[in-house]
Design a protein around this ligand. Structure first.
Ligand SMILES: [Zn+2]
Length: 81
């Protein structure tokens, strides 16, 4: 089931489809995934279809379980200590 919306329920702004790089965190890892999602032009709120939401949750679950097969390493994340 896809929810098609044209106006942002939060601010009333126009919602358009955009290709964005989503970042998912889990198990100390970070993974990014390019997705075509609906984004509010005004408040930048992002809207996901159920399928997209499931995809992100599945990716997060994989990261938390240290299942990184099928994912390409793109570098090392650092934090300032
Ligand atoms: Zn909005």
């Amino acid at each position: 089931m896809n929810t098609i919306i044209s106006l942002c329920p939060f601010c009333g702004g126009t919602v358009t489809q955009k290709s964005v790089l989503e970042t998912v965190f889990g198990g100390g890892h970070t993974a990014s995934i390019q997705m075509n999602i609906l984004v509010c032009e005004k408040c930048s709120e992002r809207f996901y279809s159920l399928e997209q939401n499931n995809r992100l949750e599945a990716l997060q679950a994989k990261l938390e379980n240290q299942q990184t097969e099928g994912l390409q390493p793109t570098g090392v994340s650092f934090k300032v200590v």
